[in-house]
Write a protein that binds this ligand. Structure first.
Ligand SMILES: Nc1ncnc2c1ncn2[C@@H]1O[C@H](COP(=O)(O)OP(=O)(O)OP(=O)(O)O)[C@@H](O)[C@H]1O
Ligand SMILES: [Mg+2]
Length: 328
């Protein structure tokens, strides 16, 4: 089992859309996939499930990820085991997101103080979602757990990133996306060091294995779907050309803890694992059909030239997913 996430503290860079397509492609290739929606915005959940199913999960006691966490949030016990929802006829499961996850995010900030003070409770709260999905994933022999995260450097993202085996950074070539990457590496290093130091010194024998806090940065993905911002081509070409430098200096180097033996020309070769195209009007069609773009058919409104884009999208995700598999 591999636990992966797409992360960037900059919003709207394609994290959720790409993760969703990667998950469905992995399943097409024969793998079992578990999505965990840890973004209180629930975008991933709404790409996958019908609204009535989501509403039902939120209203029926014991079905949402938030229900599982309630005892921890209330300080009244440990995480409660719940099963994720299964997508019919597919080997895809999802722990749906919940807007109330933001309450857990707040509670986790206090838990971190407890972790640093090596108090047992902090470790239980911080690892709650990790323990929830790993139990299911191990029982069901899931191959890939894909965790969707919101665009921030908050406590929930810290807990989830420390639980991941590998993470990837989607970026768009604009000033804000590059600026957002500047504090990524340093913040992650800080989290990793604090966590590893705390788990080394904690004296409690937990009945579960603590995540080791070793998320590996395994590459970045660029997208150009922000062309809608109508910036002149020259502007984004400039940002695009600066991406490798930013990735090397602000993400790869701090995490690799060495000044790079990696030449700037090699950054792209070794770390750029794909480029997502602008799928324009295919995106809303896919969202309406609750399908990935590469599974859309005429019945979903695909006409004329769009059939070619659907095929191209499939080939492009084949390539991206093969790269991901080779990296993790
Ligand atoms: N390849 C694409 N082509 C066209 N539009 C896209 C593409 N990928 C994503 N989008 C659109 O761009 C917007 C942002 O995408 P998405 O939600 O995947 O980003 P995100 O990084 O997960 O955002 P957030 O930080 O808010 O979670 C969405 O409206 C989505 O439909
Ligand atoms: Mg998102």
């Amino acid at each position: 089992m591999k636990i992966l996430s797409f992360f960037n503290n900059k919003g709207g860079v394609g994290k959720t859309t790409s993760l969703y397509h990667v998950g469905f492609k992995l399943e097409q290739m024969g793998y079992k996939v578990l999505f965990v929606d840890c973004d209180p915005q629930c975008n991933l959940t709404s790409h996958i499930l019908e609204f009535d199913v989501i509403e039902n999960a939120w209203s029926e006691e014991g079905k949402s990820i938030y229900d599982a966490l309630k005892p921890i949030i209330k300080g009244a016990g440990d995480v409660k085991y719940i099963e994720p929802l299964k997508i019919e006829k597919r080997k895809i499961w999802i722990y749906p997101g919940d807007l109330l996850l933001s309450n857990y995010d707040s509670a986790l900030s206090e838990s971190w103080t407890q972790v640093l003070a090596r108090q047992e409770r902090g470790f239980r709260s911080t690892t709650a979602i990790y323990r929830l999905f790993t139990k299911f994933a191990e029982d069901k022999e899931i191959d890939y757990v894909l965790v969707d995260l919101g665009p921030n450097l908050g406590s929930l993202n810290r807990a989830m990133l420390l639980s991941c085996d590998n993470f990837f950074i989607p970026l768009i070539p604009d000033l804000f996306s590059l600026r957002g990457s500047q504090n990524l590496g340093a913040t992650l290093v800080n989290w990793i060091e604090e966590w590893q130091d705390s788990i080394e010194r904690i004296k409690v024998d937990f009945e579960f294995k603590l995540p080791q806090g070793n998320p590996e940065f395994s590459g970045y993905i660029t997208s150009q779907f922000n062309e809608f911002r109508k910036r002149p081509v020259k502007a984004w070409q400039r940002w695009e050309s600066e991406i490798p430098q930013y990735i090397r200096d602000y993400v790869y180097s701090p995490l690799a803890k060495k000044d790079l033996p990696l030449d700037i020309e090699k950054v792209e070769e070794e770390l750029k694992i794909g480029q997502v195209k602008n799928y324009n009007s295919l995106i809303p069609l896919a969202q309406t059909a609750l399908k990935p773009i590469f599974e859309l058919t005429s019945k979903d409104g695909i006409i004329g030239d769009h059939h070619r884009y659907v095929k191209e999208c499939s080939a492009s995700y084949d390539e991206l997913v093969n790269k991901i598999i080779s990296k993790v």
